[in-house]
Design a protein around this ligand. Structure first.
Ligand code: ZN
Ligand code: ZN
Length: 411
């Protein structure tokens, strides 16, 4: 386990910067049984921040896996009303959400992906009101990570058990700007300022398209929706409360037009989907849709993601990140999107964020779709940034501006 003082700082960061818990607010913490000590510290910090009540939604990865292995598809697809009611209660009580992610790589190896797919679709259908609530920034929510032994040992292959966990804790603290001698809350205020300056420059340009090229074979052009909004760093709820959805975050991202992507993109990091690692893959798009793809490992898993639903073969996000970023510089492949996506430029297959278009959070789904918004129950980021990536923006009047050269911002 990490030092108590570091765990406290990290928990306080999740509570005060991540969720920005307000006085008398209900706080829901979602975590697996692997992360007890962090959960307890977060609960304590939330009460110190003035929470009225803190509830913890526990899950256990091994128990979940046993369910997938032994339950029938019909049983897995049966989402009881009390699960829906519980989420509805949290929404109605104005709760904010702190999720601790601690995925176990390879956990679901050997489980029929079709079975997981159908269970996932059934859950997401019943819970779509909840997704809409969160994605529409109706309340504060944040995701932070914590190690588990399987994950730690895969990241640090020469270490075992507690030693590997310790190393991953240290890497997470470093990536999240939590050090022995700083005040992470202050460090994040400065970091959020830098990100918002970047957003402003890109928002002022209002590029019509972005073109990406590198020596690995990426050669792709994305049309952006009109009146797109570049965001990143802190966000604001519809009630005006600031929060940081992801800790860490380094990205500046916006909304591609659903049908405006053409060309090929080559991934530069593995993608962890449904507990499986998709490696060395590429996608070809035509008029926004994936029309061809391949992967050296887990091609079937990639197929499941692409064919998940009507929108999962279209893009919902494009994010720019300098190649010279703390996570990339650490040289650590975290095997976890929350970190790896912040090492590198990425795109997401699936749902777009309404906040990435002007007044988007107050529009209904049909109006959003008319603007080029992609709807899906999936949202999976994959990395394609590289040290030789070039990004060129073209404005409405045809002016070309180099945004990134050799993987870094030049604007
Ligand atoms: Zn992103
Ligand atoms: Zn994303």
């Amino acid at each position: 386990m990490p030092k108590q003082s570091m765990l406290e700082k990290y928990a306080a960061l999740a509570v005060n910067v991540g969720a920005n818990v307000q006085k008398d607010q209900h706080v829901v913490v979602r975590a697996t049984t692997e992360n007890q000590s962090l959960v307890r510290e977060i609960v304590k910090q939330a009460y110190l921040a003035g929470a009225r009540k803190v509830s913890v939604d526990w899950s256990d990865d091994i128990v979940s896996r046993l369910g997938y292995a032994h339950q029938s598809v019909e049983t897995l697809e049966d989402i009881p009303e009390y699960v829906v009611n519980k989420a509805q209660y949290a929404v109605d009580s104005g709760a904010c959400f702190i999720s601790i992610t601690s995925p176990v790589p390879g956990l679901n190896k050997g489980i029929d992906p079709q079975k997981m797919q159908r269970a996932g679709i059934a859950a997401m259908k019943k819970m779509s009101f909840f997704q809409t609530h969160m994605m529409g920034n109706k309340t504060q929510w944040t995701i932070v990570a914590a190690p588990n032994t399987v994950w730690s040992e895969q990241v640090f292959t020469d270490l075992k058990g507690e030693e590997a966990n310790e190393a991953l804790w240290n890497a997470i603290f470093q990536a999240c700007r939590v050090t022995e001698d700083n005040d992470p809350v202050q460090a994040w205020e400065a970091h959020n300022d830098t990100l918002s300056k970047h957003n402003k420059i890109l928002n002022d340009y209002q590029f019509e398209t972005l073109s990406f090229k590198n020596s690995l074979g990426t050669d792709i052009t994305l049309k952006l929706v009109e009146n797109h909004v570049w965001a990143g760093g802190d966000e604001v709820t519809t009630k005006g409360v600031k929060f940081n959805p992801n800790i860490p975050t380094e990205e500046t991202f916006t909304m591609p037009h659903k049908t405006g992507t053409n060309g090929k993109v080559v991934a530069t990091k593995p993608l962890n989907y449904q507990g499986n690692l998709i490696e060395d893959f590429w996608l070809v798009f035509k008029d926004g849709k994936v029309v061809d793809y391949d992967a050296k490992k887990e091609k079937d898993t990639l197929k499941n993601l692409i064919e998940f639903d009507e929108g999962s073969c279209y893009l919902g996000e494009i994010a720019l990140i300098a190649h010279d970023s703390p996570i990339q510089n650490s040289g650590i492949l975290f095997l976890n999107t929350l970190f790896d996506e912040n090492a590198s430029c990425h795109m997401a297959l699936g749902r777009a964020y309404p906040m990435n278009v002007k007044d988007g959070t107050s529009l209904d789904q049909e109006s959003l779709k008319a603007l080029g918004y992609n709807h899906s129950m999936a949202h999976s980021d994959f990395m394609f940034g590289s040290e030789d990536l070039e990004v060129i923006g073209t404005t409405k009047d045809g002016k070309k501006v180099t945004i990134m050269k050799d993987g870094n911002f030049v604007i």
